[in-house]
Design a protein around this ligand. Structure first.
Ligand code: KG4
Ligand code: ZN
Length: 340
């Protein structure tokens, strides 16, 4: 007997991207993301502006996702939305919209944990990508998160370590701000790092117990270093920008790889899946490749459009929960600090 096709609408609005996606089973039919350029003027996400932009974007973005998928809303089986973690004002827009639409269409509502979604994005069907086998370790690195998670099954996850202050993407963006680079600075630091000497300047790595991370000390160390050097030579940053970027990147990669190595040692698991915007980083990808050869790790990186914030990853979780009949009550509320 032919299996029925399940159509899921995914909605993501946890931070500064408004996104809607339509999946047919585990295949993505459309994945529309509206970025909010407004924040670049402020050097970071302004929560109030983010929620206003979500409010403006959500209807056209969902409409376009349905059009691109070539289906009507009447064909949807369920609506999945990001419940948290994220910015409360942003989450409320997606949550309210998803509830109203599901209620109007009389179809199930499915709440999704954004961090689980970053990890389960690896299960979106893609001929070019291998799926990590259970159990695996997931490293989620973005402007909002830095976590190492042991994934024993789709919904059996244990956070082994996470940042106690800034996320790794923030370390990139805040360092970039000190250097006078635009927001977000991660891609620019990455580009310049390839042209510089990673050992030109040394920044000490934070000492944090176990598998937790800390990045705020690095930002302060960079700030003091730049203040000191520019006192001697006002053109220090301009003259050494590529070397500074390479040295910052080298330090950040060192921190991430040290913790991954420890996580592999503690768990004996060598399958490592990464996600989040920072996984686009060329240095991190190279470092993982080296460790595949050196330590026998096997690493998994999904397509770029599924590593940054997107609704396709919300849709795949929606599909997996739909199969289990795991639906939400309409009383469900957004949760800014939702845990895995
Ligand atoms: O996942 P994402 O799009 O949004 C969230 O923060 O959730 O990640 C954005 C972060 C920003 O901090 C940005 O600077 C960083 O990812 N980023 C990078 C690179 N591309 C994006 N960081 C380092 N190297 C990159 N190539
Ligand atoms: Zn995210």
């Amino acid at each position: 007997m032919k299996k029925e096709n399940i159509y899921i609408l995914g909605i993501e609005s946890s931070c500064d991207d408004t996104s809607a996606a339509v999946l047919c089973n585990n295949t993505v039919l459309s994945n529309v993301v509206a970025n909010q350029d407004i924040h670049s003027e402020y050097g970071g996400v302004v929560p109030e502006l983010a929620s206003r932009a979500h409010q403006q974007n959500i209807v056209p973005v969902v409409d376009l996702a349905l059009k691109k998928a070539g289906i009507t809303k009447g064909q949807l089986h369920a609506i999945a939305f990001t419940r948290g973690p994220g910015l409360m004002g942003s989450l409320l827009v997606g949550t309210s919209f998803a509830k109203s639409l599901a209620f109007g269409l009389k179809i199930p509502l499915i709440d999704v944990n954004h961090m689980q979604a970053h990890i389960l994005a690896h299960f979106i069907k893609d001929k070019q990508q291998e799926v990590p086998p259970f159990p695996f370790l997931a490293l989620t690195i973005s402007g909002g998160h830095t976590q190492i998670v042991k994934v024993s099954n789709y919904f059996d996850m244990e956070v082994l370590g996470e940042t106690i202050d800034d996320a790794v993407g923030e370390a990139y963006d805040k360092s970039g701000k000190i250097l006078g680079l635009g927001y977000p600075a991660g891609p620019e630091i990455d580009r310049r790092a390839k042209l510089g000497n990673p050992k030109a300047f040394k920044f000490t790595k934070p000492k944090v117990a176990g598998l937790d991370f800390s990045f705020s000390g690095l930002k302060t160390a960079i700030l003091y270093f730049i203040q000191r050097e520019t006192k001697e030579n006002p053109d220090f940053v301009k003259e050494n920008l590529n070397d500074i970027c390479a040295s910052i990147q080298y330090t950040i990669i060192g921190i991430l790889m040290d913790k991954l190595k420890l996580a592999v040692k503690q768990t004996g698991i060598k399958h490592i899946a990464i996600g989040g915007g920072v996984s686009a980083n060329s240095g991190i990808r190279e470092a993982l490749k080296t460790r595949e050869q050196k330590f026998g790790w096997k690493t998994y990186i999904p397509k770029f459009e599924f590593t940054t914030d997107n609704a396709a990853m919300i849709g795949i979780v929606g599909y997996l929960k739909y199969l289990e009949g795991d639906f939400s009550d309409f009383n469900v509320i957004a949760s800014a600090r939702l845990k895995i």
